[in-house]
Design a protein around this ligand. Structure first.
Ligand code: CA
Length: 242
């Protein structure tokens, strides 16, 4: 990790990118500004920053599309992204979280709050990177760095959010995590993401895990738990439960 962390600011409104850059510098970060989506993607191909602040309304390709393309780049799959959104863009904000944004701030925002979120996300990502996560559970193999999950020898498709969820559960293996704990660790503080979202993602993740789904246990009325050795009979019913 370089001593000075760079933050890519993708925003076409110069007054805002100047404001954000100023505060990033004040907080010891190196701001890199791109005023168009394509320019941002070009910069990301050359150098992966510590974090991206991404405006949704851009003149060429919109922020959601930038985010999708960014997440499709292997080196950027775990890159923290904070969305800048207008109050009227609630639908886009939710979509942004679905396609893998880590957090958002709504314009007009407090630069101090934005900086706190930047610091928090960079710190939590760096902690995750140094933590060791076991990668093999029976028929399941997880390679977090390569963003690859294999069940019974076949790679499965997994979204950035599902990967985060999987990693959070595995990291707390053996412990029950409440929906709210999962929300906070996998999504950060998100007033508009409800506990129902957790259920939806867990359900989808479990379907994808297929034969390996018994490792992800539902604890009724409480939340979810990753179990190292599920009972044999749990494997007999895979694909038929929930
Ligand atoms: Ca804009």
């Amino acid at each position: 990790m370089s001593p000075i962390r760079s933050v890519l600011v993708v925003e076409d409104e110069q007054a805002i990118s100047n404001l954000v850059s100023f505060h990033l510098e004040q907080n010891g970060y190196e701001p890199v500004v791109a005023s168009e989506g394509r320019r941002a993607l070009g910069l990301l191909e050359k150098r992966v920053p510590s974090l991206v602040i991404l405006d949704l309304m851009l003149p060429d390709i919109d922020g959601i599309e930038v985010l999708k393309r960014l997440r499709a780049m292997p080196a950027c799959q775990r890159l923290p992204v904070i969305l800048l959104t207008a109050r009227a863009e609630e639908g886009d904000r939710v979509l942004g979280l679905e396609v893998g944004a880590d957090d958002y701030v709504t314009k007009p925002f407090s630069p101090r709050e934005l900086m706190l979120r930047v610091q928090k996300l960079i710190a939590s990502r760096e902690t995750v990177e140094t933590a060791s996560v076991p990668t093999v559970f029976g028929c399941l193999e997880i390679d977090e760095d390569k963003f690859r999950v294999v069940v019974d020898g076949s790679p499965i498709e997994i979204s950035a959010t599902e990967m985060k969820l999987l990693v959070e559960l595995m990291r707390s293996r053996g412990r029950v995590l409440s929906r709210n704990q999962i929300l906070q660790s996998a999504w950060g503080f998100m007033p508009n993401v409800t506990e129902r979202t957790v259920d939806t993602h867990v359900k989808r993740l479990r379907q994808k895990l297929g034969a390996a789904s018994p490792y992800l246990e539902t604890v009724r009325g409480v939340g979810y738990r990753w179990v190292d050795s599920p009972p044999e009979e749990a494997f007999l019913s895979t694909g038929t439960d929930q």
